[in-house]
Design a protein around this ligand. Structure first.
Ligand code: SF4
Ligand code: SF4
Length: 347
């Protein structure tokens, strides 16, 4: 891998240059407490210190609502509305978010490539950014706190700038075309990089492993936790909307007032909504809130085999943004039997 350094005073010029490769999006402080990914019009708005955003980066490759095609029932014809997607640059993605995108790639591109997803994914340049965990983060338990691939450039914080890893052909092109902004890495930079990584590891509240969690979940469907926690759940869907890997959507045909023309759209859906499991005839595959609650835990802890990791990347968003204060990690630890509330199962 190619390593370079960019000094602090070059970081804003670097962001300016990035915006010449496409519309620039990055983390911005939107209130006292919250950050979100937004379009960057002034590079000074980029919030390098952010930990999590209100909406995940998936919104740039899976819009919350998108048109699929228009139809005409008189002629039985339809017209694609997919269109061109302008190039864009996603700046500041943390490692777990990048793994999240790779998981979405597996779902949307591997077997039956989804053209709506692909056209956006192909248009995006990904610039990663190192981070320090807060009390909600457990990407270390998911092994998603560091990425080897899935980015064009990745910036690691140093006391006087960033150590840059180049991860793709596009990444090489960017540094080659902007050589005046970069310099070689020296011994002190390497020491500082190691120091930052050590500090980052030590800051995680939970150490250990979530290996085999999937099986623990499958074996504990009678755990009292499911009643206790699903009782508190409001079914709001915040946990899935803020999750970097949740990707369920619904499809609807919207007719024009003439009843002849119309369009098909798709939009984010949530397995936590009662309507999600509802099918023709009124049957619901997940009738109760408890069914839906358990489904999310099982789904997020299933293995994504191509990456050898779970569908959950350990970002902690679902806990942080849950209005009912349901703690996903603590519940998993209880299921795993590594925290209080270890129970005797009835099998
Ligand atoms: S965010 Fe919390 S309350 Fe809302 S559906 Fe998810 S677990 Fe339930
Ligand atoms: S399940 Fe929760 S912790 Fe895991 S990736 Fe989704 S939002 Fe993050």
């Amino acid at each position: 891998m190619r390593y370079l350094k960019i000094k602090s005073d070059k970081i804003h010029p670097f962001l300016e240059r990035l915006s010449t490769y496409g519309a620039l999006y990055g983390p911005v402080k939107i209130s006292e407490e919250f950050y979100d990914y937004r379009k960057i019009d002034d590079v000074k708005d980029v919030a390098f210190e952010y930990t999590r955003t209100v909406t995940p980066a998936k919104k740039y490759v899976i819009p919350t609502r998108q048109d699929m095609f228009e139809f005409d029932m008189d002629t039985n014809e339809y017209r694609e509305t997919i269109g061109e997607v302008e190039p864009f640059v996603l700046f500041g993605l943390h490692a777990c978010s990048i793994v999240g995108l790779r998981i979405l790639d597996g779902v949307y591109l591997d077997e039956y490539p989804d053209k709506y997803y692909k056209v956006r994914r192909d248009a995006g340049i990904i610039i990663g950014l190192s981070c320090l965990p807060d009390e909600y983060c457990f990407c270390n338990l998911r092994r998603t706190d560091f990425v080897d691939i899935g980015f064009d450039l990745f910036l690691h914080e140093l006391p006087d700038g960033y150590l840059v890893r180049v991860g793709s052909e596009q990444g090489h092109k960017i540094v080659d075309e902007n050589q005046d902004l970069f310099e070689d890495v020296n011994n002190q930079d390497i020491q500082n990089f190691k120091k930052f990584e050590r500090k980052r590891h030590e800051m995680f509240q939970y150490q250990g492993s979530f290996d085999n969690l999937r099986y623990m979940l499958e074996l504990t469907e009678d755990h009292p936790l499911w009643d206790r926690e699903s009782d508190k759940c409001l079914g709001c869907g915040n946990c899935t909307m803020t999750c970097p890997t949740c990707r369920c959507y619904d499809v609807q045909d919207i007719p024009d007032i003439d009843g002849v023309h119309g369009k098909r759209i798709r939009y984010w859906d949530s397995c936590q909504f009662r309507s999600h499991g509802l099918v023709a005839g009124g049957h619901n595959f997940r009738e109760t809130k408890k069914d839906r609650f358990i489904n999310r835990y099982v789904c997020k802890n299933a293995y994504f085999y191509p990456l050898g990791t779970a569908y959950c990347v350990g970002c902690g968003n679902c806990t942080h943004f849950c209005p009912a204060n349901i703690d996903f990690l603590k519940n998993l630890m209880e299921i795993r039997g590594i925290s209080e509330g270890v129970y005797e199962h009835s099998r």
